[in-house]
Design a protein around this ligand. Sequence first.
Ligand SMILES: Cc1cc2nc3c(=O)[nH]c(=O)nc-3n(C[C@H](O)[C@H](O)[C@H](O)COP(=O)(O)OP(=O)(O)OC[C@H]3O[C@@H](n4cnc5c(N)ncnc54)[C@H](O)[C@@H]3O)c2cc1C
Length: 380
Amino acid sequence: MTEVVVVGAGPVGLRVAKNTAKAGYNTVVLEKNSVIGKPVQCAGLVSPRVVELTDTESVIEKPKKAVINSPSGKSLTIEAKKKKAVVIDRAKFDREMAMKASKSGADIRLKSVVKNTTCDGRREVEYIREGRKETLKADVVIGADGPTSIVRRTAGLPSPEEVLPAVQAVVVSDDNPVQIHLGSKTAPGFFLYEVPFSTGKLIGLASDDGATYKHLIEFLKSKGLDNKVITLLSGTIPLGNLEKTVDERLCLVGDSACHVKPLSGGGIYLGLKAADICSDVVINALEEGDLSERRLSEYHERCQQDIGKQISRGMKIRKIIQSMSDDEINELISTLKKDKVKRVIEEKGDIDYHSKIFKPLLKTAPELLKFTGPVLKSLF
Ligand SMILES: Cc1cc2nc3c(=O)[nH]c(=O)nc-3n(C[C@H](O)[C@H](O)[C@H](O)COP(=O)(O)OP(=O)(O)OC[C@H]3O[C@@H](n4cnc5c(N)ncnc54)[C@H](O)[C@@H]3O)c2cc1C
């Protein structure tokens, strides 16, 4: 008898599966792809918290600095004393997570494409495995099936406020600091990144103008890298704070629940955090024999207090940045380059909790209010 069905063998679903299987609940993971961790749709830039949380051995780079480039080419170099970010090999990371889930007893079924979930007493999941239609009945279903989640759609749960298309290239290169590029010509509405990876680097971007791929190619050409591309991939980044992530015998987690930082698009840390909250609530609910929406809403509420607040603040700040002209971004970078302001970023900057820096930044450089207006102040 299946107690927990997790849809999606990304890091977040696998984390939930590891936890519920370890607690002794019969857990099945359904994954549409034939290989765990591929295709990679991620730059793998995460905070050291992710390493602590997962004990991963997939760290491949420990960048010492990050360079933020303004539209006019001004650059701000951040060199923090404390390590703020590492790069993981995302495919290896996912395989490690799968190994842990398997070792705890989860049954991972590849090539299993979920088509529908319904609830009539228990939850039923319909999926296609190697051309055959199959169904599984479960006490509870966890939708960890990424940004375009079929579980979210079939359960009638809310859609993300924004979904940004993203592209990424693996490029051969030996000049590889972490770099961020801002501006309406490079990546309107978001940013372009360069992240060291193995023998080269990952160059990727998201934008809100529907021309993401074109921007990537233009950037690669401008750097003479268009003939150095090894692979190209695309993905999506879901943004916004979902007002509902649970239903009768069902929870959404990770990208399917929009557990993504609106200012960076990073979702691994928030997703893993949500996965632990989700499994904690689900395990208790299974013990009590109460998988009602009311019981599971504890998971949603607990996420809202931390992750949801971060996402809502991030969205407000995102809107401010989105509305800024290139000239304003140039001016903003000039202000952030001032020694005292840069020091605050280096000391207090946190890639998981972006909004934490705004209060100390405003204290050091009240002139920043010029860019943000009263919205930023109202967030604290
Ligand atoms: C270009 C790009 C770069 C990124 N860079 C970073 C970064 O540097 N750092 C960071 O923290 N985050 C980054 N992210 C975000 C990060 O990749 C996600 O937040 C993270 O993968 C979320 O994990 P997840 O397990 O929730 O979902 P996913 O990793 O998307 O896993 C979902 C799984 O569900 C499976 N699935 C989907 N539909 C079905 C179905 N119908 N049936 C069965 N299985 C299904 C998928 O195949 C997939 O394996 C990036 C995203 C993109 C697009």
